[in-house]
Design a protein around this ligand. Structure first.
Ligand SMILES: C[S@@+](CC[C@H](N)C(=O)[O-])C[C@H]1O[C@@H](n2cnc3c(N)ncnc32)[C@H](O)[C@@H]1O
Length: 466
């Protein structure tokens, strides 16, 4: 099968199956969008590979989400049409409604034609409708912030300052990174600006939102312009309620756009092999990825080359649904670094305006924590932690003479798996298929191993007692 994926050879070689992690020599084929080992089938949005564990089913999910978005827009249009037909409106109210109607119409048409062009046409799915498939418009304003509010006549400071914060840290790196990975790249602006600043061999911008990926692809790779309607829910004095944003393709050099790539993937099942990148950037991502920061640290440590760096920027504005236990403070995250052998080489905290539209009287400011961390061999002890690998689930569990005061086949099975290489994550993955449905395997493994460490220590103390 011939697809339009334009990844260079080096990047192709770093891809793997998001399901079974087979690499190119083990059966994964980016050309065929197929894994010959686990028989998973994938798809593209034009030239963007879409490599999710759900395979081609992911496209159905997106198509359903597109249909839901279009249907919401149509509902809003129908409501406004009904209102406009009333007899009790003044011209001013009619004008306001007509403007909102126009902005909605532009968005419905732009989104529908963009996603249809990218092979994600709207298609309602009854089964998916029973579940909450998620909202594609969640980060819609990022499109405006990245590309729409930053015009020659009205330049926005927000993108410029975001880049400045990053470059102040990049400039502290000992070597210029050649293989750059951006996780949660959104509508692509920051990853693009960093790419043009660094001029690496390649940059790979990953996101799971097809609308944002489609926008970034059109503007940067296809060099097409886009139009969206912006409208505010609340009127603000002396500010317009709506605007038509004609977004031109940025002035991009062909050299630089030809080695900046998009990948549609879920960060928790990345189709990328370990030790593939020498700079990983997480812009406004560590708090909104649906997972545990500790697991993100593990994932990044695995993907980085030994001398590679992790550059983070963004707040700790964790999503509402995340359990309180996982809403870690900066101090806790620093402890995770000490436990994992990561060192901060530079760091800064800024207070900056966020998502400031020229149509917005209200200004939201956020606290932004930016840092560069590199890998060291040394880990540091942290108060209250009985073993670093118990907290950081990607670290290998050391071999020891583990003893348990309880007897259970699962405890024995876990002890037998400890070989100095496997981590809590690896053991949990091995045990997962054997566990009853609904059991949080990792929780069980952590509980058993935690008790095992305490029992082993107690037994050793008992032996040492005179
Ligand atoms: C707050 S936005 C930040 C976007 C961009 N980095 C920026 O600074 O504008 C978070 C982004 O992460 C993406 N995202 C969240 N969870 C993800 C996951 N598990 N895998 C891939 N992308 C994810 C979202 O789609 C969204 O584009």
């Amino acid at each position: 099968m011939n697809n339009k994926i334009d990844f260079p050879t080096q990047l192709r070689a770093q891809c793997c199956c998001p399901n079974c992690r087979a690499n190119v020599s083990e059966g994964f084929s980016l050309e065929q969008l197929f894994c010959n080992r686990c028989k998973s089938e994938f798809f593209t949005m034009e030239n963007i590979p879409c490599l999710f564990p759900a395979g081609t089913h992911q496209r159905l999910i997106w198509q359903h989400q597109t249909a839901m978005l279009i249907s919401l827009a149509e509902q809003a249009l129908s409501n406004i049409r009904e209102s406009l037909a009333r007899y009790d409106l003044s011209d001013a109210t009619r004008e306001r409604l007509a403007e909102i109607y126009k902005a909605n119409l532009i968005n419905r048409d732009s989104i529908q034609s963009l996603l249809t062009k990218k092979s994600v046409p709207p298609e309602f799915n009854e089964t998916l409708n029973q579940m909450n498939a998620g909202d594609l418009s969640e980060y819609f304003d990022l499109i405006f912030r990245d590309w729409g509010w930053d015009t020659t006549s009205e330049p926005s400071e927000e993108n410029k300052n975001a880049l400045k914060r990053i470059t102040s840290l990049i400039d502290t790196l000992p070597n210029s990174p050649k293989r750059v990975l951006v996780l949660g790249a959104g509508a692509g602006r920051l990853s693009w600006d960093i790419h043009t600043y660094l001029d690496p061999d390649f940059s790979l911008a990953v996101d799971s939102n097809p609308l944002l990926l489609a926008v970034a692809d059109e503007l940067i790779k296809k060099k097409n312009s886009l139009t969206f309607g912006e409208f505010k829910l609340f009127p603000q004095i002396d500010f317009p309620t709506t605007a038509t944003r004609n977004i031109p393709s940025p002035q991009v050099s062909t050299h630089q756009s030809s080695n900046w790539f998009l990948l549609a993937a879920n960060v928790w099942n990345l189709p990328l092999q370990n030790q593939s990148f020498d700079l990983i950037i997480t812009p406004w991502f560590i708090d909104v990825n649906g997972g545990d920061v500790r697991d993100l640290i593990g994932l990044i440590q695995n993907l980085l080359t030994p001398e590679g760096s992790w550059l983070n920027t963004g707040p700790l504005l964790y999503t509402r649904h995340l359990p309180t236990q996982l809403k870690y403070s900066q101090a806790e995250i620093k402890e995770f670094f000490s436990l994992s052998g990561l060192t901060f080489t530079s760091e800064r905290t800024d207070q900056a305006p966020y998502l400031v539209s020229p149509m917005e009287a209200r200004i939201r400011t956020e606290q932004i924590w930016s840092f560069v961390a590199t890998q060291t061999v040394d880990t540091q002890p942290v108060a209250g932690v009985i073993a670093n690998w118990l907290v950081m689930h990607h670290l290998p569990i050391p071999v020891a003479n583990y003893r348990s005061f309880q007897s259970h086949p699962l405890i024995d099975a876990i002890i037998q798996m400890i070989d100095g290489k496997k981590s809590i994550n690896t053991i949990s993955t091995i045990l997962d298929p054997q566990m009853p449905e609904g059991v949080a395997v990792k929780e069980v493994v952590v509980a058993i191993l935690g008790q095992l460490v305490l029992d082993t220590r107690a037994a050793e103390e008992e032996i040492a007692r005179p």
